[in-house]
Design a protein around this ligand. Structure first.
Ligand code: SF4
Length: 362
């Protein structure tokens, strides 16, 4: 269902869905069999999906139907209480950070990106400018605003970890500096594990600075793993070659720890399963968690009509990857913060559990 999405009888069901923004979007959080997953609901494939979610009852419980037949129960995380608050200068907290999955606070610290300025450079899957243009967010979240919202989200809604991503600003640090000042402010205000996400900065000293600022985990996202696909799908970002990513992974793992550095990889953009698995093998050997996610097109982006990968293609990656993670001693439950820990955008953690020997548990 993460590839093809679902249709909702009542589109207002559940917490507000995520539209636009950096990375995966157009999704709604749903809890199925105790696992919260992000399911595409606003994408072109979702409108054709064989899955239909009925209007939920007063307690937020609903059924999911496939081709008219009930196949399971589903519930929706409630609207977070912190969404009702505003800063003293009138900015809604939900314009500063949002709830992802069940218990993750997520923010895009800088909602603009040097890569997004022109069609020739933009990552073709990204919608970072859409939520800004629609007035659902603000361009730059200050450290003080992030600290205020994070404290409220912990106290009112029990969020368990925070993801801070950023558009890439001009400058050689590629966003590490604004992430460091943001992590520093949040960690001074509230006890909340933080993952920061950016492109590899020019200077590996930034890893130590980010760690000292309070970041517990780091994401540097390859997205596509082979240079030809990277150049086609993300021509601007592909100027930073895969080998620079690997040098940055080698430098950052000793700072953050094995399994606390991760890389988001989008399957379905043109890399073969073998190519993705070969890169995952290198990542796991270094101690980097490869978070492989099915590509889901976002409306309004150049890839809005690009198909999502089939479930058999995802299975051909996630099955061997789960065994690889097990052998490498990397587990999503051990990640302190971020997408690999949340797991809502991929079935990888479910594969991880089924790869475990009988009797072992997280
Ligand atoms: S996996 Fe990452 S992008 Fe997906 S819902 Fe969780 S925190 Fe958000």
């Amino acid at each position: 269902m993460q590839s093809c999405g679902a249709r909702l009888v009542d589109p207002k069901t559940g917490a507000d869905s995520r539209r636009g923004g950096a990375g995966p979007s157009d999704h709604k959080a749903m809890t199925i069999d105790g696992m919260t997953v992000m399911v595409p609901v606003h994408t072109a494939p979702a409108f054709e999906s064989p899955y239909l979610v009925e209007k939920p009852d007063a307690a937020g419980r609903s059924r999911i139907l496939r081709d008219g037949r009930a196949i399971g129960d589903i519930s929706f995380p409630r609207r977070p209480k912190f969404y009702d608050l505003k800063t003293a200068d009138g900015v809604p907290y939900s314009s500063i950070a949002v709830l992802h999955g069940r218990d993750v606070l997520a923010t895009t610290v800088l909602q603009t990106c040097i890569r997004y300025q022109s069609r020739t450079k933009t990552c073709r899957f990204c919608a970072i400018g859409q939520s800004l243009a629609a007035g659902r967010t603000i361009e730059r979240k200050t450290p003080a605003q992030l600290a205020e919202v994070a404290k409220a989200a912990v106290e009112l809604d029990g969020v368990k970890h925070m993801v801070m991503t950023t558009g890439t600003p001009p400058g050689r640090d590629r966003g590490a500096a604004i992430l460091a000042e943001s992590a520093s402010a949040v960690s001074a205000a509230v006890d909340l594990p933080i993952q920061v996400q950016c492109e590899p900065p020019d200077d590996d000293a930034w890893f130590d600075r980010l760690r000292k600022a309070g970041a517990d985990a780091l994401g540097m996202h390859l997205e596509a793993v082979t240079e030809p696909v990277r150049k086609r799908i993300m021509p601007g970002k592909a100027q930073v070659p895969v080998e620079r990513y690997f040098a940055a992974f080698e430098a950052s793992v000793p700072v953050f720890g094995r399994g606390q550095v991760s890389s988001y990889i989008l399957a379905g953009l043109g890399d073969s399963a073998q190519e993705i698995l070969a890169v995952c093998e290198r990542l796991v050997a270094i101690g980097v968690y490869p978070f492989v996610v099915p590509f889901v097109p976002i409306s309004g982006t150049p890839l809005e009509s690009h198909p999502s990968p089939s479930s058999s293609f995802m299975d051909s990656i996630l099955n061997p990857l789960a065994r690889m993670l097990l052998e490498g001693g990397l587990r999503s439950v051990d990640v302190k913060a971020g997408c690999a820990k949340c797991g809502a955008c991929s079935a990888l953690s479910a594969y991880e559990r089924s790869a475990m020997p009988m009797g072992a548990c997280a």
